[in-house]
Design a protein around this ligand. Structure first.
Ligand code: PXP
Length: 267
């Protein structure tokens, strides 16, 4: 049965606009230009990730986006004290704490909320004392949810990457993580079992988090195919989606971009 969750809100992660800009180290495309388009198109939140290596969004982007955004800004960041200090001064609406490794292509796995309890606790206290709402990006497990609640976070964001990778492997024409595909050689029925188990981990963690009074978001690797199952989970109230939206916009926008340049060529 397909039950859409009409209350589910959408945070659009615009990091990949800055990824494109950084490919040339120029000012175009400017992620700031996306704010009005996202707001007019139904986005409920802008999400950006100020990475320690500044590989896409820079401090100045964050400052300008937070100052200009008509929508609440959810700033993802690591728990590194120097980053937390910057985030406190930027004062986004929400900070989502994520694990960060220098070499990773994207955020792999959730925060170690049990092993890094004290460090995370310090970061949360600082952020909250600056009036910033806190979310923790965690693996979908009861242990992580329970530790997040003890840490005093207002939100948890459940990492949907395992579900998304398995879904892409099952429907192999979809984009997927090459790492995941190399390490798993599974039959279709084994994959179905793994998808079901990854999905039920998300459902269980979401329901448990809600029962503890936490607000629940989810994200990572969600796209125009796999999102249809996630929106059926009524205890999840927000999705944060980036790569698939920006990737699609290349093709939905390409026709107009070519026409505009052709017009100039013929002048
Ligand atoms: N949520 C969090 C916490 C993330 O770190 C990311 C990736 O930056 C996303 C959501 C969006 O993931 P994707 O770009 O795969 O949609």
């Amino acid at each position: 049965m397909h039950v859409d969750n009409p209350r589910m809100t959408l945070g659009v992660n615009i990091d990949h606009i800055a990824v494109l800009r950084e490919a040339r180290k120029i000012n175009d495309p400017d992620p700031l230009m996306a704010l009005g388009i996202c707001a007019q198109s139904g986005a409920d939140q802008i999400t950006i990730h100020l990475r320690e290596d500044r590989r896409h969004i820079h401090d100045e982007d964050s400052r300008r986006i937070i100052a200009a955004s008509p929508l609440p800004v959810n700033l993802e960041c690591s728990i590194d004290p120097s980053i937390i200090e910057i985030v406190c001064s930027l004062r986004p609406h929400r900070a989502t704490l994520v694990p960060e490794k220098r070499q990773e292509v994207t955020t792999e796995g959730g925060l170690d909320v049990i092993g890094q309890f004290d460090l995370i606790s310090n970061a949360i206290n600082l952020l909250k004392s600056n009036g910033i709402e806190v979310s923790l990006f965690i693996d979908p497990s009861r242990e992580s949810v329970e530790a997040s609640e003890r840490l005093g976070a207002q939100w948890v964001e459940l990492h949907t990457g395992s579900y998304a990778n398995l879904y892409a492997m099952r429907h192999s024409s979809l984009p997927h993580s090459h790492h995941a595909i190399e390490s798993l050689q599974l039959s279709r029925s084994e994959l179905d079992g793994r998808i079901e188990s990854a999905y039920s981990d998300i459902v269980d963690a979401a329901n448990y988090a809600r029962s503890l009074g936490l607000k629940v978001a989810a994200g990572h690797g969600l796209n125009y195919q796999n999102v249809s199952y996630i929106v059926q989970i009524e205890t999840i109230e927000e999705l944060n989606i980036g790569q698939s939206i920006i990737a699609r916009s290349v093709f939905t926008g390409l026709s107009q971009a070519v026409k505009d340049m052709k017009t100039l060529c013929q002048r």
